[in-house]
Write a protein that binds this ligand. Structure first.
Ligand code: ARG
Length: 459
């Protein structure tokens, strides 16, 4: 039976009931709904609605219910109820009879769903931070093993300057570090408890809402009941943190797809994370990475969907807000899976260092070095840039890299180019010179790895 049947003389249309019901997705909030109810039972006991004995009995029944479903929330789906709140209440009534009907005194499903969602978001935030740290750990591991793996760095997907595979790994470490800190920030704003805001105007029972908040793991109660029942900022913040992080994961996946391609052949992704073609026996497709890149779209979709849903809503609660759930549930599951699969992809990645070095040697990625060399000889940078441009054109015509041009050949471009040019054109020298903070100098990269390891150990 619905929770609100008294005013109605006709049954809901079956099609409408299915349209309106949310149990098939909000069953995921069951533990939060029970925990919130345990907190609420205490709060209404404090204002004399329940005797201490009734309170004890309700809490025992709620805990029993919690233990029954915790191993597998999906068993809830066997039942038919409008939403998780009605489901918990009906189960409670099955267990303790009429006493179960007292629990909803002073509470509305509006503040109830608000607190359930906020508690769920808090738990997700912590779980995701753990997954982020795990992927960062894998990146640092792979970085550590590949500190001498020189490879071309790109801009515009053109070979630009040599970098190391370690430096590449640490770039993604940094992105994930910001993703982690975005969650830390969002979590700070999840510390206020909306329960006790009633349907919209506040609860009519003079309870200590701050004490209730603390019981439920929050710092304090929210300050305005209208805002409390209509606020879904925490859902939006998680979705935007997820979207930004998925941008990073998608670019990570895209780089790996490119590195694994026959064209670059910088690395091999393991058989554990690739799959074959049903037609072409030679193929090994980077499906894990493609799916990370592909799933990014649905996470963005959840964010823009909820922003759009909320933008025109009048205060306070509206049923539109039930649409917050499927998007965030799917987005958090997707984000978490992508973080896990990203870590798996890194687990037995094979970097072909001969091939990465060979590629770094092609493509004139030491041209900047030659320009800097001329600058050191007193030639203004703009002019040096032009001279090197001419040398590169010459090299391309002769099919020779810069380090293979003779001094006689160099003299056509500028008389000051001498024997001492060759050492500065080596890949090692290119790396070495970038020793300012954040650069690819191997010592700097080693320090970045050490600092990251220390940070991961402490969190
Ligand atoms: N299933 C609803 C939701 O997720 C719960 C709140 C219902 N409140 C109401 N007044 N009908 O938003």
């Amino acid at each position: 039976m619905a929770l609100w049947g008294g005013r109605f003389t006709q049954e809901a249309d079956a099609k409408f009931k299915y349209f309106n019901d949310s149990l098939r997705f909000d069953y995921r909030l069951a533990l939060q709904d029970i925990d919130g109810s345990i907190g609420w039972a205490k709060a209404i006991t404090s204002v004399g609605i329940l005797t201490e004995a009734e309170h004890q009995q309700l809490v025992a029944a709620l805990k029993e219910l919690r233990a029954e479903i915790e191993p597998n929330l999906a068993i809830i789906l066997r039942d038919d109820a409008e939403d998780i709140h009605s489901w918990v209440e009906s189960k409670l009534i099955e267990k303790v009879g009429d006493l179960g009907k007292k629990l909803h005194t002073g509470r509305s499903r509006n503040d109830q769903v608000a607190v359930d969602m906020k508690m769920w978001c808090k738990a997700q935030t912590l779980a995701l931070q753990e997954r982020i740290r795990n992927l960062q750990g894998k990146l640092v591991e792979v970085a550590e093993q590949n500190q001498t793996a020189v490879m071309p760095g790109y801009t515009h997907l053109q070979r630009a300057q040599p970098v190391t595979f370690a430096h590449w790994c640490m770039a993604y470490y940094e992105m994930l570090d910001r993703d982690y800190s975005r969650l830390t920030d969002a979590f700070k704003r999840m510390k206020t408890c909306p329960l006790g805001s009633g349907a919209l105007a506040g609860t009519a029972y003079p309870m200590d809402r701050d004490a209730l908040a603390v019981d439920l793991g929050f710092a304090t109660a929210t300050r305005n009941s209208l805002d409390s029942v209509s606020d879904r900022d925490h859902v939006l913040e998680l979705l935007s943190a997820a979207s930004i992080s998925m941008v990073h994961l998608s670019r990570f996946a895209e780089d790996l797809i490119f590195f694994n391609s026959g064209e670059s052949a910088f690395l091999d992704l393991s058989d554990r994370v690739t799959s074959g073609s049903s037609l072409m026996p030679q193929k090994k497709n980077p499906d894990a990475c493609e799916l990370i890149r592909g799933k990014t779209g649905r996470v963005f979709g959840a964010l823009s969907g909820l922003l759009t849903t909320l933008k025109g809503l009048p205060l306070a609660y509206n049923k539109d807000m039930q649409e917050d759930k499927e998007g965030i549930f799917d987005a958090m599951e997707t984000w978490q899976a992508c973080l896990e699969i990203g870590a798996l992809v890194l687990e037995d990645i094979q970097v072909h260092t001969d091939r990465t070095r060979e590629a770094a040697q092609q493509g004139y990625s030491n041209a900047t070095e030659l320009a800097d060399y001329l600058v050191a000889k007193g030639i203004p940078f703009r002019e040096a840039h032009h001279i090197v441009g001419e040398a590169v054109v010459y090299g391309i015509r002769q099919r020779k890299p810069l380090e293979d041009l003779t001094i006689a050949e160099y003299q056509q471009f500028h008389p000051s180019i001498a024997e001492d040019v060759y050492p500065i054109l080596s890949l090692e020298s290119c790396l070495e010179k970038r020793s300012a903070k954040g650069g690819v100098n191997p010592q700097r990269v080693a320090e970045a790895i050490a600092a990251a390891k220390a940070k991961l150990e402490n969190s």
